[in-house]
Each structure stands twice: as structure tokens, then as C-alpha cells.
Design a protein around this ligand. Structure first.
Ligand SMILES: *Cc1c(COP(=O)(O)O)cnc(C)c1O
Length: 340
């Protein structure tokens, strides 16, 4: 039996719920990480001149640990996050994190906070690794010291009262990322730029913003912190990774499941906004949202309903399959599950 904290699991949302401990390690000026270790979860001290605070030299990751049907705690494809964090670090001129070092740190955090993992089917432990330039840097330059922290927080299921398809606005006022910029890194600056577009979208009654490509606004890119897919007939299409799109672990998993398990043809290519309007089904993917259907896209003040505003059959099939793999209800034939 896994011990559990006394938490009202039913009312957990997606927010910060303090846990017992977090990981912290520091790199020296040669980019070598020290041994690191767990410290109590809490505030840290930082110079006001830290690179991350002044120039946004910071990146993050997001993953979940689940209490599975086999009554144990598991991670989903953590090797993908390990590889991506180093790619993000490299782009932001920060020391890379060796894969085994990353994995060990993740395991330590989850093991020490295992009683904060929500019970089976009640959500997951959201794990947030961050890497920040923490040395003082007055001029624009890479910091001489970095901090790697992993904290975690229990979160409830994304949809509690049934799945509600998203109402998106395709933005004509804002782009998320520029070609040859940092869109393909999980860099903190990519998210501050979406705060105003999302605030404005919500004020107009939309759930989220669909971003178009900065160098060709006829093409679709992604949704702030989730990738986008379109089903037309037997073909599942998602925008190709051009450099300004984040390569989601869920995106990669959906492509593999669609092809190997559901017999769909998959295509990574340019995706025209006008083709999205005529799609049979549209959905978003990400660790936080898992798979979320899109019911309507508004462009130029005109709403385009997808599948009459309902979740499609294939979206629902892929969602079920992915979740049942993550919760070990389905056999892990692809070797995606990592035991804690
Ligand atoms: C994290 C993220 C995603 C989803 O990635 P997953 O690995 O599936 O969680 C998609 N787009 C952006 C911009 C993201 O930051």
C-alpha cells in the first residue's frame, strides 16, 4: 500500500500545492554540476542581478508521475524530457544536464514526495524541473553559475466535469515565436509573451489562443503550451517541427500510437489554417492537457465549428489509449513506462 497525504484529492486543481522537498544543484563556471541533493521545499535566495531575472536565461520542463492501476508510481517517457532539457539548455547557453544525472534527480524528488502522488485516477504529481542562470550578470552575457531545481506539486485531472472542447481564437495580433528564435526550447521567455494574448482571448470568451506562423500567417503553429493535430478522413496531420514549435512528448506519442495502434496515416507538414476549418476532428496535446478536443476556431471574427463542437471519435480513442498506457491499464508494448 502506498501511503498518502491527508489531502482533499477531489478538489485538487492545477496549482502550487507545497510538497516535502525539492532537488537543487549548482554548476560552477566550467559548467560542471555539483552532486546536488534534496532540500526542504521553499523559497531560495537569489541575486537581483541574476541572469534569469534580468535577461530571461532560464528554461523548464514538465512531466507527471501517476499512481497506476498496478498500485505503483510510474513516469511516462522521462528520457524524452531528459533529452529535451539539455537541448533547451544548449539553446540558452547553459550547461547541459547528463541524462542519468537528470533521471536520478527526478527519482529522488518523486520518491521523497511519493505520498503527494494523487491516488489512481485522481490526477498526478506534476514535476517541474527548471534551470536558471543565477550568477549576477550586469551586461548581457551568459551567467557564470547555474541552478537546477526540481519541484513537484499534486494536480487534479484536467477535466473534472466531463471533457469540454476548447473554443480557440486564431490570433491576428500576436505570434508566439519567431523563425530561428527560441520557440523550440522550453525557454521561460516564450511563456511571458503569451500572457497578454491569452488574457485578451479569455476576456472575449475564448479558452486559448491558436498561434499562426510568424513568417506565413496562413499556417498554423501551436497553442501556447500544447501542440495541435487535425484529423481528415484516415489521416492525422500536425505541423512539422520548423524550429519555432515545441516538440512535445505527447505529440510524439500520439503520432506513434496513431500509426502503430490505430492504423491511421500520419503526416508532419505545413498545416493551413483554412484546412483546419474543414477538419473532421481537431485536438491539442500536452502533458498538462493530455489530449483536449477543439470545438471551435474563430478567425477574422468568424467562428468555424469542428465536428459540431463535439469531441470526435478518433480523438477520444487516442485519448483513452494514451491515458490507459500512462496508468498501466494497457500493456506497455512501446516501453514508455518508467517505474519509480
Ligand atoms: C510543453 C509544451 C508543449 C507540450 O509538450 P509535452 O512534452 O507534450 O508536454 C507544447 N507546446 C509548448 C509551447 C510547450 O511549452
Amino acid at each position: 500500500m502506498l501511503q498518502k497525504q491527508k489531502i482533499d484529492w477531489e478538489s485538487l486543481g492545477f496549482g502550487i500545492y507545497p510538497t516535502r522537498s525539492m532537488w537543487k544543484s549548482t554548476s560552477n563556471s566550467n559548467g560542471q554540476w555539483d552532486e546536488g541533493g534534496l532540500i526542504p521545499y521553499g523559497n531560495i535566495e537569489i541575486s537581483p542581478a541574476a541572469g534569469v531575472l534580468n535577461y530571461g536565461q532560464g528554461i523548464f520542463e514538465g512531466m507527471k508521475a501517476h499512481h497506476s492501476s498496478k498500485d505503483r508510481v510510474v513516469l511516462f517517457r522521462p528520457d524524452m524530457n531528459a533529452k529535451r532539457i539539455s537541448r533547451s539548455c544548449k539553446r540558452l547557453c547553459m550547461p547541459e544536464i547528463p541524462e542519468d544525472y537528470f533521471m536520478n534527480a527526478i527519482l529522488e524528488v518523486v520518491r521523497d514526495n511519493i505520498d503527494f502522488v494523487p491516488p489512481y485516477k485522481m490526477g498526478g504529481l506534476y514535476i517541474r524541473p527548471v534551470v536558471w542562470g543565477t550568477a549576477p550578470t550586469l551586461g548581457v552575457a551568459p551567467a557564470s553559475e547555474y541552478t537546477f531545481i526540481i519541484y513537484a506539486a499534486p494536480v487534479g485531472p484536467y477535466f473534472k466535469n466531463g471533457i469540454k472542447p476548447l473554443n480557440l481564437i486564431a490570433s491576428q495580433s500576436y505570434h508566439r515565436a519567431a523563425p530561428k528564435g527560441i520557440g523550440n526550447a522550453k525557454a521561460i521567455g516564450n511563456y511571458s509573451s503569451t500572457l497578454l494574448p491569452v488574457k485578451e482571448a479569455k476576456a472575449s470568451g475564448f479558452d486559448e489562443v491558436l498561434y499562426l506562423r510568424a513568417d506565413n500567417e496562413q499556417l498554423v503553429e501551436e497553442v501556447g503550451s500544447a501542440n495541435i493535430f487535425m484529423l481528415k478522413g484516415n489521416q492525422l496531420v500536425t505541423p512539422r517541427l520548423t524550429g519555432s514549435i515545441l516538440d512535445g512528448v505527447t505529440r510524439d506519442s500520439v503520432l506513434k500510437l496513431a500509426q502503430d495502434k490505430l492504423g491511421l496515416t500520419i503526416k508532419e507538414s505545413d498545416l493551413l489554417l483554412k484546412d483546419l476549418f474543414k477538419a473532421d476532428e481537431v485536438f491539442c496535446t500536452g502533458t498538462a492537457v493530455v489530449i483536449t478536443p477543439v470545438g471551435c476556431i474563430t478567425y477574422n471574427k468568424k467562428p468555424y465549428k469542428i465536428n459540431d463542437g463535439n469531441m470526435g471519435k478518433v480523438s477520444s480513442q487516442i485519448r483513452k489509449l494514451l491515458i490507459s498506457i500512462q496508468l498501466e491499464e494497457e500493456e506497455d508494448t512501446l516501453d514508455w513506462i518508467h517505474l519509480i
